[in-house]
Design a protein around this ligand. Structure first.
Ligand code: C5P
Length: 227
């Protein structure tokens, strides 16, 4: 199969829109590969932290984006683990600190270019579900299937709150809502690859909707794949 013939389903949206969970389930149902592009930005942010790099030093961050070893593997429970320079950094990657670092470095155009080919390399047969902010607009503009998920900021903050509390992380709902709004504003207003739906994306508002119904709506877009 030529690369262009390998089908891609892009699922973009702001943090907490449910795209990570939905994308993983949809990829599993289709038997396709899965790309969590946010994990790449988070991994570079975490690696930059380990190396004590200044988040204003664009040159050093670009080198870090090229040099950081990033690997994915499923653990025994089927959970996706992320390895950064050989270390399992999954838990550290999920923190709000890592998210904020990712969002800051993701605004640097050269960092985005450094990660472009690494993301495209995930396009392998029989297909790819790619989750992020610019999957449908920049990384896979030729994708056959594009979805843009949204949800109210309040509901997104509540989802994050539950996730983090379950993991024993101490946070406040107010603080999370503020961080989510700040990250949305930064992601939507940056000059390169701002968060916006591709023109040909199907928009799905997940506010008040369960995972199963959103999964079914997404799968219905992929012909012959809903069984
Ligand atoms: O999706 P996730 O919350 O893990 O992404 C972390 C940050 O990485 C986002 O806030 C965004 O700034 C950046 N990102 C991006 N482009 C992507 C995926 C993530 O700019 N495709």
């Amino acid at each position: 199969m030529t690369e262009a013939a390998i089908p891609v389903l892009t699922i973009d949206g702001p943090s907490g829109s449910g795209k990570g969970t939905i994308s993983r389930v949809v990829a599993g149902r289709l038997g396709w590969h899965y790309l969590d592009s946010g994990a790449l930005y988070r991994a570079v942010g975490v690696a930059a932290g380990w190396a004590d790099l200044d988040l204003d030093d664009a040159g050093a961050l670009v080198r870090c984006a090229f040099d950081t070893g990033i690997g994915f593997r499923d653990d025994a429970a089927g959970e996706l683990r992320v390895l950064v320079n050989g270390h399992d950094a999954t838990d550290e990657l999920r923190t709000e600190t890592a998210g904020a670092a990712a969002s800051a470095i993701a605004a640097i155009p050269e960092v985005r270019s450094a990660l472009k080919e690494r993301q495209r390399a995930f396009r392998k047969a029989p297909g790819l579900v790619a989750d992020g902010r610019d999957m449908g607009t920049v990384i896979f503009p030729d994708a056959a299937f594009k979805v843009f998920l949204t949800a109210s900021a309040e509901e997104r903050a509540e989802r994050r709150y539950k996730q983090l509390k379950d993991k024993g992380v101490s946070v406040t709902l107010d603080g999370l809502l503020r961080e989510i709004l700040a990250r949305d504003a930064r992601d939507a207003s940056r000059a390169v690859a701002p968060l916006r739906p591709a023109e040909d994306a199907v928009r799905i508002d997940t506010t008040g909707q369960g995972i199963d119904s959103v999964v079914e709506r997404v799968l219905a877009l992929v012909p012959g794949r809903t069984a």
